[in-house]
Design a protein around this ligand. Sequence first.
Ligand code: ADP
Ligand code: MG
Length: 355
Amino acid sequence: MPTPNEILNELKKIKYPGFTRDIVSFGLIKDIEVGHAGVTVFLGAVSANPEVVGTVTDEVKRTVGAMPGVTKVEVQVEAAPPRPAPAHSGRRSIPGVRHVIAVASGKGGVGKSTVAVNLALAMQALGRRIGLMDADVYGPSVAMMMGVDQNVTVSPERRIIPLQRYGVRYVSMALFVNDQTPVIWRGPMVTKLETEFLFNVEWGDLDCLVLDLPPGTGDAQLTITQRVALAGGVIVTTPQEVALLDVKRGVAMFNEVRTPVLGVIENMSYYVCRRCERRHAIFGHGGGARMAAELNLPLLGELPIAPEIRAGGDHARPLVAVSPEHPASREFKAIAERIFERLARLPKPLAEILQ
Ligand SMILES: Nc1ncnc2c1ncn2[C@@H]1O[C@H](COP(=O)(O)OP(=O)(O)O)[C@@H](O)[C@H]1O
Ligand SMILES: [Mg+2]
């Protein structure tokens, strides 16, 4: 009979389905018992997907069974938390979370994260319970804007406890990623992991969870929007005419996953000159309104270019939290109200219809 260590070494040859990483380095092997009757391998919660559990179990049996002297192999798998939504719909709602909204943009740099953070804070200021998830692993700007530098803790049930800032519960997978993080975390697999991650957060009761999607409308964004039962999408854009195409792409993405677009937010709409107090339309004016009309979407609001907005982001003092009476903060609150109105008017959670 081989020793547990020899068995462990053999198990390193098994890759986690869909990954280049092996099941040992994933921390899946909890214990190995070698007895007269045979070998028992104890696995941690492999996946909520029974197919993945089956594949891993079979591979372990085959690999260990092929070792000289092994007559019998038994595999015991820790039960994963049950999936709340039916498997065929593919989109799961998050227990305790009433609405999930995704903030998207056609490209980076339009202020999507800034808007997501301040919008979450504005919703919170309306007396709602709000969560914020940074789904942009490569541009973890939300952590900086929110000023979270603590380590994330995990409950005894191995669920992630969100951090809390300014009354908003916040989490990001980026808080677990550093320079030494294996390459796998930088591949397209990340979004898949991220969605799992989202469901493993102990959100508690939330009226709304705001997702700051990665910039763009490609596969990564689709993966998330396909798996989470979204109440609606919000598109952030800037007033330039060229942005119309980006918004169209955002709308197409939400259409593809049958998620209603709650509306468009035009960021960096205008600049209020300190001396003359007049509005200057730096990137042209009315682009957002025109495109909203053309696409038959509500324009949820127009936000100014304000040095205070940028400074708030840079210094972890988001405008809505530190200057709630600033005109831009009031606009954020008006946008938050419009979003809640739209959410209340949605016929039924779409996830239920799709089931
Ligand atoms: N309305 C605004 N006024 C001034 N600066 C802004 C505004 N919106 C965003 N910014 C700044 O623009 C930069 C990009 O914003 P960010 O939210 O990171 O964009 P994205 O998430 O779309 O890539 C940041 O430095 C941010 O502080
Ligand atoms: Mg961003």
